[in-house]
Structure formats: structure tokens, C-alpha cells
Ligand binder design. Structure first.
Ligand code: CA
Length: 595
């Protein structure tokens, strides 16, 4: 037994309340090392009286990475507090007890030691990680407002270019606005999405608006506060949730606070609002507009136009929390997406979470974090992060051919094991965004591959987010190229791709519960022929995804109910799947039509 690989941590993603009366307990062991794991558990105060360590509850191996196996069990309603440890038996015949003080031989004397057990001291409902129910049921649509639709030429900024005239450069404006979104809400309803994530819409200098001037005003080129109020109302009427982008890490250098710092130096009342290393504030120009060096204050990346806010200053905290509440209370938004969330303190985000919870029930908070995010996802900061680490694994295998199929599966499983089950259900799965090349461009224009990747992703746990225009075949490389104007002339849209996307979203919504809460098992992962089959299961419901990522045709037995397919020929008894083909199969547990 490889005992060094055995790992558990109480009150973490390894031991947490899933529901009010249901606790999940996980254990990690070395891959293919352990054959049997059981949980010993009971009330901490009755160990001697009841000798509950003599009973054991089976744990199930749920997922594996290239290094580890993960085991899980649910324990529940009969407990309010819990002592627990693990019985672990390896393939090479060793049997150990693993508890709070490490690994012991599995012998009575060690099982009787009260302090050898891990603890869940009390089932604290207040501390449980809770998610808004609607967040599990949402298919998001991301809009970059300057480029979605121009619904009001009267607010166009100076020097506006004709819509779609050219591929965008960094400083271009095309006149997109909020009225344009209102005008096309029925298009979005028809597409099937039920949440819109807006890139920033507050007053700012740039076309991307990540350099906020005034957090309490809609950018005049996008409309005004009344336009936004109308937009939220029209969205809610159609069952669409609204998420705004909050840029609280930094401000724009044309904000009145920063201008005051430039003018008055350390005597400015806002001098402590930022991280200033030396007065007067200054920098030397770099080659690009957004780059500079010898900057005398902390900034976002190397951008002197985005001075970093000091979120430990109580005045800054009051200011930002007021903004957080303002858009919830006055405009009824449903969610905040937090830009550069990882560079702002946990201390501040806990206060932010509390302010949002106080302002509205079932509010959803999404952090922009590109790496492992356990610390932000304990239940008192965010509900989810932008799940780039998860979708990267999919793109690296399917599109870029940079990792093997087994490595992709390992990484997807690894990401799922970083977080609680309820967190995984609302993780924000994006294949592209305003910060990345578009999926179609990454796939070198191969729409068959794009459809395969989308289908694979929409069957995973977590909520999908569609970047505006992907559904009609919009292309684009790294930003600013991925921020092209939306195409509205139907003859220039890829209507087949639109129809496909609509069908996929509808499968996602029709099978929301099993795709959100269902267990995941990888039934077949074959590097040789490129066949990958996985299954999501919840009660009697099963959804099976079958993907041919290899070069040759693959013949399988014919399933009964195919919800969607690409490059599949059905014979009497068999199903032949071509290269880049896939089938989404729905099965009832009573039937035995295993693919
Ligand atoms: Ca306009």
C-alpha cells in the first residue's frame, strides 16, 4: 500500500455538508492501489458506549486521476455531529486504519482511541455551501456590449465605425449598446439561453469598459440607467437572469479619485485608495498603449491606466459595497461576475458576499480565476469561478492535440475533486470569451470539431456559457479580434450552426437535473481508436455521451434513443460513428442497451 498518497482533510471539499442533513466524505488514495475503503463513523460522545467503530459503511471509488483514486460516501440524517475514520485495504493485502493521527494497523486498540478520529464537530447549516437553484438551471450567454447590436445611433461615440466594417482594433468603436440587446432579446429566448453575462457597462473610457470611471452610471454610449432598468425588466419577463461584471481590483485612470491623486499627490483624500509606492504618481510609456514601466503605483498587469484599488481601506470598502448593493437593490440584477477576483483580498470578498446576500436572496457570485480556487469556494465568498482549467483540458485534447485522452479525463476528474459537489454544479464552463480566441478559430474553422467539443462540454457538470456569435459562426483570434461585431443579416449567419446550438441548449435544459446532479463515470477511454464514452446518471435517468475522436470509423451496438448525433449511421443492430462523430444517448435504467 502506498500510504503516502492517502489524504483527507476535515471541513474542506473532502468533508462537507451537501444538504442540510447529508454530509459527503471523500478519501484520496494512490491510483489502482486500494481495493476497498469503508467509513467508521458515529457520534463522538458515544464511542465507548456504542462501540460504533465495529460497523462500517462502504465507500465508492468515484473518479480517478493519473495519480490518485477518489472515494466518496454520503452519511446523513441520523447525525448532528460526527467522528469518522477510514478502513483501507490494499491489493497487496495490507489493512490499515486512517484517522486524524495518521495510519495505524487495523486493530481494536487503535479503533478505540477517541482522538484518532476526524471530526465534523456539528452540522452547521449556516456554514454549508449553498447555491441558488436557478444557477444550476442556467445556460449563460456572454455579451460584449460594444459589439452585440447598435439599437440607438444617437448615443454612438465620436468616430464610430460602420457596424462590422472591419475586424476590431484596440481603440475602435462600433456603437453597440443596451437598446441593441433589448431589441434582440427574443432572438436569445429563441436560442434558449436563460442568463446573460454582460462585460462591463459602467462609464469608462475604453470600448471594453474595464477601466471604470463611474461605477454608478451606465456608460453614455450604452444608454443610461433607465435603459438598463428596462433591459433587466425585459430579461426577467422572459425568464432571463442578468449578471454584471464588477471591476473592483482596479479603477480607470480617468476616474475622479485617480485624477485627484495626480493633482494633489499625497495630500489627496484618495491617496490611500490605491497602492502608491512613490509620489508623484508617474510611469514611462511602453511600446503599446496598455504597457508601461517604472510605474510608481500598483496596477492591473502592466497597465498604468488601471491603478489597483486598496480594498483594505474602509472608505474604499464602503464605496465598493455601496456599488454592489446599488445595482442589486435599484436594478434587481441577479449576479455579479468579479474581474481579476484572485488579486483582491479574501477579507474583502467575505464582506462583499455578505452585502450581496443581505441585498437579495439566491444571488450568484462568479469569480474570474483561472487556477485552482478552493480558498474562494468555501461558501463564504463565491459560488463558482470561470472554469477555464476545466474547459482548457477539453480544448487541449480535442482541438489542440496537446494532451492525451487519458490526461484530459484525469484533469477533468482532478478539477471536479477540487470542489464540493454543489460547487461543481454551478461552475461556469466557458470554451471561449472576450479574453481568448474563439472556439471556431482555435478549431481552424472546423465546424464539425467545434460541434463535437460543444456537445462534449454541454454534457459535463457545471453550467455552459456561450460567447455571443459563436452560435452563428463568428470567428476571432486573441483579443481584440475575438470582439468582432455580431452578424445580424441571416444570409451571413451559419444557420445550421445556430440550429445545432439551439438543439444542444434544449438537450441541456430538458435533462438539466441529470446533467447537473448526476454522477459521472468514464465507461470507455481508448487512446488506440480515439473512442470515449461517458455516462451521467441520476436515479433512473442516464445520459451517455459517445465521441469518436480518432481517424477511423467505429462500430458499436445500436442504442434505442439518440437525442443528437453527428456522422452516425444506424443499421439494424449497429451504429457506425465516423471521425468527429458523436451520439448523445438517453437510456432508462430498465433497458439494457449499453452502447
Ligand atoms: Ca449606439
Amino acid at each position: 500500500m502506498n500510504t503516502t498518497a492517502i489524504y483527507h482533510r476535515p471541513e474542506s471539499e473532502f468533508a462537507y455538508l451537501y444538504e442540510k442533513d447529508k454530509m459527503h466524505i471523500r478519501l484520496r488514495t494512490a491510483r489502482q492501489d486500494v481495493r476497498h475503503v469503508q467509513l467508521l463513523c458515529g457520534d463522538p460522545y458515544t464511542l465507548y458506549k456504542e462501540a460504533w467503530y465495529q460497523q462500517r459503511i462502504e465507500m465508492k471509488k468515484i473518479l480517478s486521476t493519473d495519480l490518485h483514486d477518489y472515494w466518496q460516501v454520503s452519511v446523513g440524517a441520523e447525525f448532528r455531529r460526527l467522528s469518522y475514520g477510514f478502513s483501507i485495504e490494499s491489493y497487496d493485502g495490507l489493512h490499515v486504519f486512517y484517522g486524524d493521527h495518521g495510519v495505524y494497523p487495523f486493530e481494536q486498540q487503535y479503533l478505540e482511541m477517541n482522538n484518532n478520529y476526524f471530526r465534523m464537530p456539528y452540522f452547521q447549516e449556516a456554514d454549508r455551501f449553498k447555491i441558488p437553484e436557478w444557477a444550476k438551471e442556467t445556460v449563460w450567454y456572454q455579451i460584449f456590449p460594444e459589439r452585440f447590436a447598435n439599437g440607438d445611433p444617437s448615443n454612438d461615440p465620436e468616430g464610430v465605425l460602420p457596424w462590422g466594417l472591419k475586424n476590431p482594433d484596440r481603440q475602435d468603436f462600433f456603437g453597440g449598446d443596451l437598446q441593441g440587446v433589448i431589441d434582440h432579446l427574443d432572438y436569445l429566448v429563441d436560442l434558449g439561453i436563460n442568463g446573460i453575462y454582460f462585460c462591463p457597462i459602467f462609464e469608462a473610457y475604453s470600448n471594453h469598459k474595464y477601466d471604470t470611471i463611474d461605477y454608478l452610471a451606465i456608460d453614455p454610449a450604452f444608454g443610461d440607467n433607465d435603459t438598463f432598468k428596462r433591459l433587466v425588466e425585459e430579461c426577467h419577463k422572459r425568464g432571463i437572469k442578468v449578471m454584471l461584471d464588477a471591476v473592483f481590483n482596479h479603477m480607470g485612470d480617468t476616474s475622479h479619485q485617480w485624477l485627484d491623486v495626480i493633482k494633489n499627490g499625497k495630500d489627496s483624500p484618495f491617496a490611500d485608495w490605491f497602492h502608491i509606492n512613490e509620489f508623484p504618481v508617474n510611469y514611462k510609456e511602453g511600446e503599446n498603449f496598455e504597457d508601461a514601466y517604472d510605474i510608481t503605483y500598483d496596477v492591473f498587469a502592466f497597465t498604468p491606466h488601471m491603478p489597483k484599488l486598496n480594498t483594505e481601506n474602509p472608505d474604499v470598502q464602503d464605496y465598493l459595497l455601496k456599488i454592489a448593493r446599488y445595482w442589486i437593490e435599484e436594478f434587481d440584477i441577479d449576479a455579479w461576475r468579479l474581474d481579476v477576483a484572485n488579486e483582491v483580498s479574501h477579507h474583502f470578498w467575505k464582506k462583499f458576499r455578505q452585502a450581496c446576500d443581505d441585498a437579495k436572496d439566491d444571488f450568484y457570485i462568479l469569480g474570474e480565476i483561472w487556477h485552482s480556487s478552493q480558498r474562494w469556494l468555501q461558501g463564504d465568498e463565491f459560488h463558482a469561478v470561470m472554469n477555464y482549467a476545466f474547459t482548457d483540458a477539453i480544448i487541449e485534447y480535442f482541438v489542440k492535440d496537446e494532451i492525451s485522452m487519458t490526461k484530459m479525463v484525469s484533469e477533468l476528474n482532478n478539477q471536479l475533486m477540487l470542489y464540493r459537489e454543489q460547487t461543481n454544479q454551478v461552475q461556469f464552463n466557458i470554451l471561449d470569451s472576450h479574453d481568448t480566441p474563439r472556439l471556431l478559430t482555435l478549431a481552424r474553422g472546423d465546424k464539425d470539431l467545434m460541434r463535437q467539443v460543444m456537445a462534449f462540454t454541454y454534457l459535463q457538470q457545471g453550467v455552459p456559457c456561450l460567447y455571443y456569435g459563436d452560435e452563428i459562426g463568428l470567428t476571432g483570434d486573441m483579443d481584440p479580434d475575438c470582439r468582432k461585431c455580431m452578424i445580424w443579416e441571416e444570409e451571413k449567419q451559419d444557420r445550421d450552426l445556430l440550429h445545432f446550438t439551439r438543439s444542444l441548449i434544449s438537450i441541456r435544459k430538458d435533462n438539466q437535473k441529470v446533467l447537473s446532479e448526476g454522477s459521472l463515470s468514464w465507461n470507455w477511454v481508448s487512446e488506440e481508436d480515439g473512442l470515449i464514452i461517458f455516462e451521467r446518471e441520476l436515479g433512473a435517468q442516464r445520459i451517455i455521451g459517445i465521441f469518436n475522436t480518432g481517424d477511423d470509423q467505429i462500430t458499436l451496438s445500436r442504442p434505442d434513443s439518440i437525442l443528437m448525433e453527428q456522422f452516425v449511421q444506424l443499421e439494424d443492430e449497429t451504429m457506425i460513428i465516423d471521425n468527429k462523430g458523436f451520439a448523445i444517448v438517453k437510456v432508462n435504467n430498465e433497458e439494457s442497451n449499453e452502447a
